[in-house]
Design a protein around this ligand. Structure first.
Ligand code: TPP
Length: 691
């Protein structure tokens, strides 16, 4: 159902559909905004004349509608080339125009929740070159402070905007800047995250500030948003049901517990205001904790402007509930059932079809297949997703056993603790998340799953460097953070076959948390082992000269083997092992290490506290004095860009690693390979001449 069917009739603005004409993103934007005839004579679109938000002020209603159409054309033409978050941005064109008309950014702070829907904001704040969107040194796909003073929050982990807005507005009050507004733009999906509930509870406690929460309600996260909160919003959307909703909402939120009641207090104003509007009640919004305006047609700039102006006129927190449509104005997106083009790779703009066909099988596809096979055998296995059913590969499981896959919303913390509860009740939950979002649930994994020795398996996809989504989307912290959970076991498969195997081993563990983590992209061809030790470590390459032992973590196996070849070509004997289960460190890794002069751990996580560090500690504890070096990612926030560029920049290519290791072996670089002691079996390093 489109927004027209769901909100009160009003001037409906249907953006002109079209996407053939690129708007010349790379053309220099003129210094002064050209108007009327001048612009037409210069052959420029309206959009090209917008250098900053204040250029919107002079535009008429008709011109704003034309601008909205141009923005859509621009988005489709440009994002089709680079890939990116097309659907969400098509859905906020009018909303963003209205926001920048009514508020005075950057004086007023506009915080985009998650930030994937900030492309229109970028276009209106002087950034109209999208040719290198999400590429190395190009325009970021999320707000970025270094790019613009209009960008405030970069984190891109959902549901934080209300807390940011709460903090900023408090600070504005405390520093005598009470005339500045703070606006949080939050999706209905992000509203399922616990942080928003905590923030609402807190915001409603102090009503003396200029804080506006704009709910961008398109009814979807990737897939339709789930849960009581979503049903609640849906009820507000369907006007005819609002009276019943008003009466039942208290009960609904009471059922949701204390945060639900807090939320109810917040939303109650909304429903009350909504009712009042219909009953022409003069005592609008009296006795409310948080005021509410809506629902507003999210593609009607005039209606949105009116609602935002009204919100602005209160000196207190207000919710503006805008009904929008994801993928608005672009049929291939609108009609895409899976996620309405939430995020696309480069597409043909005419058809919406991907330009590049995948030339292999992705990691989540292997998982998707294997988890169904395991679930067929073991009826206790249940899948849990935090609003990312398809991206994490639980969709086939959900199709096969709909009642055994649970979408908890964007609620990783809840997912982990709920899983602990399910394990207590006799199930074996498999919680599938992107590695970066696991960060959210650390305490729950530690205290609820770990402490209670709950048999829960976390399957982390997009581990390691991911690339275009930037700093907050790299999955590089899981190995360092999760390994401190007592009793946890972490597997890192190197290929599809190992993913199947390690997943099966993981769900067989019933007395504590297990983690299976793998990278983004396609699985490599199977990498067979020369042999497997009795404790399950795969030896991938065994050199008779025991100079260097590479411990390869998961998807880094191809790199590790390449490094070994390079070292070998330089006359350095190098063996490679894949522990498969990297935490705890298998005993045979320690035993093998004792026979080598230098151990190199190659991992796609931060090297601070990573697997290499863990191995180093275990070697020390066992009295093994083999020199160790950790080849992992630096403890930095890595900028967006192509994965290959990031690996190059961080020295994680075979060439860089091999040359570093050479330096260590030759003693020119720390750590030096240790000397040979009599009883270790290690051989003196003799750098042999290349044959
Ligand atoms: C903590 C966290 N978990 C998961 C995600 C992945 N994610 C990105 S956008 C999104 C859906 C957001 O839905 P909504 O807020 O309604 O915005 P829309 O895309 O519909 O405009 C999800 C699940 C995330 N960014 N952060």
């Amino acid at each position: 159902m489109g927004p027209e069917a769901r909100v009160a009739p009003g001037p409906v603005v249907t953006a002109p559909f079209g996407h053939a004409k690129a708007t010349g993103a790379s053309r220099p934007v003129p210094m002064r905004r050209l108007v009327g005839q001048e612009r037409k004579a210069a052959g420029m679109t309206l959009l090209e004349t917008i250098r900053g938000p204040r250029d919107l002020d002079a535009l008429s209603k008709e011109q704003l509608d034309v601008l909205a159409g141009e923005v859509r054309d621009f988005l489709v033409a440009n994002v089709a080339k680079t890939g990116g978050h097309l659907g969400p941005n098509l859905g906020v064109v009018e909303l963003t125009i209205a926001l920048h008309r009514v508020f005075d950014s950057p004086r007023d702070a506009i915080v985009f929740d998650t930030g994937h829907q900030s492309y229109v904001h970028k276009l209106l704040t002087g950034r109209q070159d999208f040719s290198d969107l999400r590429m190395t040194d190009g325009l970021a796909g999320y707000p970025q402070r270094a790019e613009s003073e209009h960008d405030i929050v970069e984190s891109s982990h959902a549901s934080s905007s209300l807390s940011w807005a709460d903090g900023i507005s408090r600070a504005f009050s405390m520093t005598g800047q009470r005339d500045r507004y703070v606006i949080a733009v939050v999706g209905d999906g992000a509203l399922t995250g616990g942080m928003t509930w905590e923030a609402l509870n807190n915001i409603s406690d102090d009503n003396d500030r200029r804080l506006i929460i704009v709910v961008n309600d398109n009814g979807r996260s990737y897939a339709p948003t789930i849960g009581g909160m979503a049903r609640f919003l849906n009820g507000v959307r369907t006007r005819r049901g609002y009276k019943h909703l008003y009466l039942s909402s208290r009960a609904v939120f009471n059922r949701l517990g204390a945060p639900g009641r807090a939320m109810y207090r917040g939303i109650r104003g909304g429903v009350h205001g909504f009712l009042s509007r219909f009953s022409n009640n003069e005592a609008l919004y009296s006795n409310l904790d948080i005021k509410y305006i809506g629902p507003v047609h999210g593609h009607d700039i005039a209606a949105l402007t009116q609602a935002l102006e009204q919100a602005k006129s209160y000196d207190a927190p207000v919710i503006v509930h805008a009904i929008t449509e994801k993928g608005r104005g672009y049929e291939p997106a609108r009609l895409d059932d899976a996620d309405q083009f939430h995020s696309v790779s480069p597409i043909d703009p005419e058809t919406g079809k991907p330009i590049h066909k995948a030339s292999g099988i992705s990691w989540p596809a292997v998982f998707a297949d294997e988890i169904v096979a395991l679930a067929e055998k073991d009826p206790t296995i249940v899948g849990i997703t935090a609003a990312m059913l398809r991206p994490v590969g639980l969709h086939l499981f959900a199709e096969r056993f709909p009642e055994r896959v649970i979408d908890v919303g964007i609620a990783e913390q809840h997912a982990a603790t709920s899983a602990a509860g399910m394990a207590f009740g006799g199930m074996h939950p498999v919680v599938a998340l992107y590695a970066t979002f696991m960060n959210r649930a650390f305490d729950q994994v530690l205290m609820d799953v770990g402490l209670h020795k709950a048999g829960v398996t976390f399957v982390l996809s997009s581990a390691g460097v991911t690339g275009p989504d930037g700093p907050s989307h790299h999955g590089i912290w899981d190995l360092a953070t999760l390994q401190v959970v007592p009793g946890i076991r972490i597997a890192a498969p190197r290929d599809g076959d190992r993913l199947r195997e390690e997943l099966e081993e993981a769900v067989a563990v019933k007395d504590g948390p297990t983690v299976v983590r793998y990278p983004k992209g396609l699985v490599p061809a199977p990498i067979e082992a020369v042999r497997r030790t009795t404790d399950g470590v795969d030896v991938l390459r065994e050199d008779p000269s025991r100079d260097v032992l590479i411990v390869s973590v998961g998807g880094m196996a191809t790199t590790a083997l390449d490094v070994a070849e390079r070292l070998n070509a330089q006359g350095i004997g190098c063996s490679v092992v894949d522990p498969r289960w990297v935490v705890p460190v298998p005993r045979s890794v320690v035993e093998l290490a004792a026979r080598y002069r230098l151990l190199v751990c190659v991992e796609d996580g931060v090297r601070v506290g990573g697997v290499g560090t863990r191995i180093r500690q275990d070697l020390r504890e066992s009295g093994v004095d083999t020199a160790v070096t950790e080849m992992g990612l630096p403890d930095e926030f890595l900028a967006h860009g192509a994965r290959a560029d990031i690996m190059e920049r961080t020295g994680m290519t075979p060439q860089h690693i091999a040359s570093d290791v050479m330096g260590m072996v030759l003693g020119s670089k720390l750590p030096y390979a240790r000397g040979v002691s009599g009883d270790t079996g290690a051989q003196p390093i003799v750098v042999r001449a290349k044959e």
